[in-house]
Structure formats: structure tokens, C-alpha cells
Design a protein around this ligand. Structure first.
Ligand SMILES: [Ca+2]
Length: 214
């Protein structure tokens, strides 16, 4: 009888241990699920922050361009000029979406911010290297770093963008001609921005051409 009681006691203890282990497993599962859900929420919030930050940079770049006398309309008009031989009746408004799309790219935004900052620093006499400042203020013929930054934008949009850029850089159309002219005035530095505007227009025209073919 005592033996039977002992077996029953052991059996009950085994059952209680089993339940305890089950509860621990359920608790750990809930905990890991909680961590997993937390990680997903963190990932989504990081992505959302990036998206909003990009929107901020787009606006920032549009404002910077405006501050230097360049509107999105001006750039769209340059892009229209580049597409005029292929689409005779094309209105610049049809290229505005492509211009906005080019400016929404992070690499393009960094190029715009860097280029305009360098022009402004030179113009305000705030560069540490006064020799370099003079080179930028004179828009020295052999100084080609401005074009290299512009190529960085065009490279994203392929060979059509690169050839478009070469063409508009040579023709100096629209706002690019204005920037080029005003850059010759003393106290004004447009060494970088003219190439940046040309590159955005060339890339927008390339984007439009690719979408048209599709
Ligand atoms: Ca230039």
C-alpha cells in the first residue's frame, strides 16, 4: 500500500514537473515572439524614418537650388530641350515628374548639397584654401571636379544621361546659360551648380526616354 502511494506521489511530481516545463516553454516562446515582433516594428520605423528623411532632403535640395536662382521648371525646360528632337510637342510639365524623381535619389541629393555648399563657401570667402577659392571663383578651365560630381549623377541614369550632359554642357541652354553668365560676375561663384543643373536635366531626359520606350 505504501509502495503504491509512493508511486502515485512520484507520478504526480512527474506530472507537475512536466507542466512546469510546458509553462516555461510557452513563456519562452511568447518572449521570443515578442522579441521578433519588436524587431519587425523597429525595422519598419527605421524604414519610415529613412523615407521621411529623404523627403526632407528633396525639399532641402529644391530650396537650395531656388536660393541659387534655379527652379524645377527651369530644369524641366532644359530636359525638354534635350528631348525636343525626339518629341516635338513635348511640354516641360511632362518632364517635371522625372526631374522630381532624379532629385529624390539620395546620391543626387548629396551631390546637390556638396556642389552648392562649395559654390557658397567660395563666394563668401570662407574656404580655408585661398588658392582653391580663387580657382573656383575664376571657374578655371582645367578645374574639372565640378563635372566629375555631375557625372556621378548621370552614371545612375546610364549612357543617354552622359551624352545628354555633354550636349547641354556644350550648348549652355536656358538656366545653365544664365548661371554661366552670372558666374562671370565678380563675387559670384556658379562653378559647381551649372554642371549639377545640367546633370539633373540630362538624367531627367534619360529617365523620360527610357520610360517612353517601355
Ligand atoms: Ca562648371
Amino acid at each position: 500500500m505504501q509502495d503504491a502511494n509512493c508511486k502515485k506521489y512520484r507520478f504526480n511530481r512527474l506530472i507537475s514537473y512536466f507542466w512546469l516545463i510546458c509553462k516555461i516553454i510557452v513563456f519562452l516562446n511568447a518572449l521570443s515572439l515578442h522579441i521578433y515582433v519588436g524587431k519587425i516594428i523597429d525595422g519598419i520605423s527605421i524604414k519610415l524614418k529613412e523615407v521621411f528623411k529623404m523627403e526632407d532632403y528633396s525639399k532641402r535640395c529644391i530650396d537650395l537650388l531656388k536660393e541659387r536662382g534655379v527652379t524645377l521648371d527651369d530644369i524641366a525646360e532644359c530636359a525638354r530641350f534635350l528631348q525636343a528632337d525626339y518629341h516635338v510637342d513635348l511640354a516641360k510639365e511632362e518632364l517635371l515628374e522625372s526631374v522630381r524623381s532624379v532629385i529624390s535619389k539620395r546620391e543626387v541629393q548629396y551631390a546637390i548639397m556638396t556642389a552648392i555648399e562649395l559654390d557658397k563657401l567660395a563666394e563668401q570667402g570662407k574656404m580655408n584654401d585661398k588658392e582653391l577659392e580663387n580657382i573656383l571663383m575664376r571657374d578655371e578651365g582645367l578645374y574639372g571636379v565640378d563635372e566629375v560630381i555631375a557625372y556621378g549623377i548621370c552614371n545612375i541614369y546610364g549612357s543617354i544621361a552622359l551624352t545628354n550632359f555633354g550636349f547641354i554642357d556644350k550648348k549652355k541652354y536656358g538656366v545653365i546659360a544664365k548661371l554661366n553668365e552670372s558666374g562671370k560676375n565678380s563675387g559670384v561663384c556658379n562653378t559647381f551648380i551649372d554642371d549639377i543643373v545640367g546633370a539633373i536635366a540630362a538624367s531627367a531626359a534619360s529617365r523620360f526616354a527610357h520610360r517612353w520606350i517601355r
